[in-house]
Design a protein around this ligand. Structure first.
Ligand code: ATP
Ligand code: MG
Length: 198
């Protein structure tokens, strides 16, 4: 499961747990992005802070792990490179699934090395109630034309309107972020004064 995790929250964790159960996965790796090509210029806290918060968030789940694979790579983080690297680490017998929010798949045909990427693993698109699946399917038609081997499954995740941007905004405005993310992550944010107004 990839994301900026700026910060990680219960929306990410519920999505991963739902995917793990539904697709009978052995493990879920949470992979904070290193240098996201599509988020140039946005305020992002230090990479190590995002990694630390991810470690804290996954600690209590024996099947969840945090991975430094994208953080430790130089240059921009491209999904294709991550998937190839994971396939190498875990071997050809291991099936890799790529979990992320359904919104991420809208422009799949523009992703780096899109054609190869599309057949590199099983894609899982997490949707929240109210998400317009038909609209995404229309847009995915282009991707399937590009590579008919594209395998993408939808996963309905319980309604959680939590987002990292909302959490950051709450902190800036001095509002509570309790119960939106694990207490350990909340404590880390407050201890190091992350996201506070300068
Ligand atoms: P931001 O508000 O800064 O965009 P975010 O909360 O969307 O952050 P990301 O790190 O960008 O967090 O998310 C990684 C992936 O997890 C994205 O594909 C996103 O759609 C998905 N996601 C985020 N929050 C939820 C949620 N509450 N339920 C389901 N999926 C989510
Ligand atoms: Mg987002």
């Amino acid at each position: 499961m990839g994301g900026t995790f700026n910060p990680i929250h219960y929306g990410h964790l519920v999505t991963a747990e739902t995917a793990r159960v539904q697709f009978e996965m052995d493990q879920v790796l949470f992979i904070p992005s290193g240098n996201p090509p599509h988020k140039k210029g946005l305020p992002i806290v230090d990479t190590e802070d995002r990694y630390m918060m991810t470690v804290l968030a996954v600690m209590s789940n024996p099947d969840f792990y945090a991975s430094r694979i994208e953080i430790d790579r130089q240059g921009y983080s491209y999904s294709i490179d991550t998937i190839r690297q994971l396939q190498q680490i875990y071997g050809p017998e291991t099936e890799i699934c790529f979990i992320t929010g359904a919104d991420a798949y809208y422009n799949m045909s523009t992703w780096h090395q899109a054609e190869e990427l599309m057949e590199s693993c099983h894609f899982i698109a997490a949707t929240r109630p109210g998400f317009d699946k038909e609209d995404l399917l229309r847009s995915l038609a282009d991707s399937v034309k590009m590579n008919p081997k594209l395998r993408i499954s939808f996963l309905d995740v319980p309604a959680l309107s939590i987002s990292s941007s909302d959490i950051r905004q709450r902190i800036e405005n001095g509002l509570s972020i309790r119960y939106l993310l694990p207490e350990t992550v909340e404590a880390y944010i407050h201890k190091y004064h992350l996201y506070e107004r300068k």
